[in-house]
Design a binder for this molecule. Structure first.
Ligand code: UDX
Length: 441
């Protein structure tokens, strides 16, 4: 099938490569000329495992091309995916300007029947508005259908996720349009949820909000565990084995971040208030998420008494492991809070360092490429992102290099017993039992 993907961010770039790899003829479009020439030359604007290889393979076999010429790309395609960004505006509502602009541009150049698929995460009613905009420009002919097909890919695993998705959600008014999109995904054999446009839009928000709720729930349980002398890791394990609950997204830590979850929770809350409904549970989810980072910094401050001019090594800058993305990264937020108290930071995260520098600047922060260099002479180590690589480091050596043998593990990724055996004061999140072992908490 001939497909055009508009927007070459995470969703669009991965989407175009994956669609091409499935045997379609795909053209990726972006207004950013620099980005397009970078992609064409094999230099990916984002870090995503396997993406570079997939893009170059499909450019080589002529299944995939990139352009800034939207008109030509739309004209030669049957299905057009809108994958532009929908960032949070000042009120928390999604900023949809890019979606409206693209809808108008598509309408102006449409030459025959097209299926316009909105893949960007958009609030309820957006697809209908896209339909109205296009109709307002093209009139009766050419015919077109608007279809909603939200994206559920996790950053860091998006190529893998694309090929074994749990479900495909396709919303639309016309069966003809729905069937066209179904055809693209048919070979995966995944369950397909067919529904109306508004329900499809809501499925995406409800899913991300539920995942965020799971995280805030386990973080609240962690708060109680800390006070009651229980261990959130054991609690999550015991809960997760109940098949009705499931083990995933029950990892207590600094809270959720990233370009999707915080924005989607806020946008859903905004949708509810727009509909004159106060979604109290979501308010709590957001509050708890904020609390996790301040609670962590409170813990570090409590240990030292005063944080001014302390030298602290921070491992992790990305919003989660396996990505260079620092958008709404809790690691960045924690570093800002520590900086606000006068802490000098040695930051270690070679993958996310470049993006983090743009967010954090360099005042009071030394970006270090070697973890052992980062901890040398530092007064404590904070773990801020759940990179698996951190667990494989030589902690005996880290203990020798640190000025104080103290670790604040904001992601609960290290083995408490091992750290304690090595003589560390090991602070984790929601692990009230540690205090009874060695007085650490
Ligand atoms: C999310 C959705 O999961 C995905 O379906 C959607 O398409 C895009 O948004 P992503 O942004 O890649 O994916 O992040 P996700 O894997 O959901 O993690 C979000 C945040 O939650 C991260 O900051 C992570 O560190 C945190 N997290 C995750 C926890 O704190 N605990 C957990 O148990 C799981």
């Amino acid at each position: 099938m001939k497909i055009c993907v508009i927007g070459t961010g995470y969703v669009g770039l991965v989407g175009s490569a994956v669609f091409a790899n499935w045997g379609n003829k795909v053209v990726g479009v972006d207004i950013d000329e620099k980005k397009i020439s970078k992609i064409k030359s094999g230099d990916m604007p984002i870090y995503e495992p396997g993406l570079k290889e997939l893009v170059s393979k499909n450019i080589k076999n002529k299944h995939l091309s990139f352009t800034t010429n939207l008109a030509e790309a739309v004209k030669e395609s049957e299905v057009i995916f809108i994958c532009v960004g929908t960032p949070s505006g000042q009120t928390g509502a999604a900023d949809l300007n890019a979606v409206w602009t693209v809808a108008k541009e598509i309408a102006r150049v449409m030459n025959n029947y097209k299926v316009v698929v909105v893949k960007s995460t958009v609030p309820v009613g957006t697809n209908e508005e896209v339909e109205r905009i296009i109709k307002g420009i093209v009139g009766e002919k050419p015919e077109f259908d608007v279809v909603s097909c939200p994206e559920f890919l996790r950053e860091g695993y998006s190529i893998e996720d694309s090929n074994k998705t749990d479900r495909v959600v396709i919303g639309g008014k016309s069966q003809k349009g729905i069937n066209k999109v179904k055809e693209i995904y048919a070979h995966l054999g995944a369950p397909v949820v067919e529904c109306d446009l508004r329900s499809s839009e809501m499925i995406k928000y409800a899913s991300n909000a539920f995942l965020a709720t799971k995280i805030s729930f386990i973080n609240e349980i962690g708060q109680v565990c800390e006070r009651a002398g229980a261990d959130v890791i054991n609690v999550a394990e015991g809960m997760g084995l109940d098949s009705r609950i499931g083990p995933r997204f029950l990892h207590a830590g600094l809270g959720y971040g990233g370009s999707c979850d915080p924005k989607d929770v806020e946008a859903l809350y905004r949708t509810s208030t727009d509909q004159a409904y106060d979604f109290r549970l979501l308010r709590g989810v957001m509050e708890v998420n904020e609390q996790q980072r301040t609670h962590f910094v409170d813990r570090v401050r409590k240990y030292f008494g005063n944080l001014a001019d302390r030298e602290i090594a921070c491992f992790g800058l990305a919003f989660k492991e396996n990505t260079d993305d620092v958008r709404k990264s809790v690691a960045i937020e924690v570093i800002k809070l520590l900086r606000g108290e006068g802490v000098n930071i040695r930051a270690f995260d070679t993958v996310a360092e470049k993006n983090a520098k743009k967010e954090l600047g360099s005042t009071g922060i030394r970006y270090v490429r070697d973890p052992y260099e980062a901890v040398k002479g530092a007064e404590a180590l904070c773990i801020l992102t759940e990179w698996k690589e951190f667990t494989k480091l030589d902690f005996k050596k880290i203990g020798r290099l640190l000025k104080n043998k103290v670790i604040f593990d904001g992601r609960n990724i290290l083995e408490a017993k091992k750290m304690q055996d090595l003589g560390f004061s090991y602070f984790a999140v929601g692990r009230g039992n540690l205090s009874r072992v060695n007085g650490a908490n």
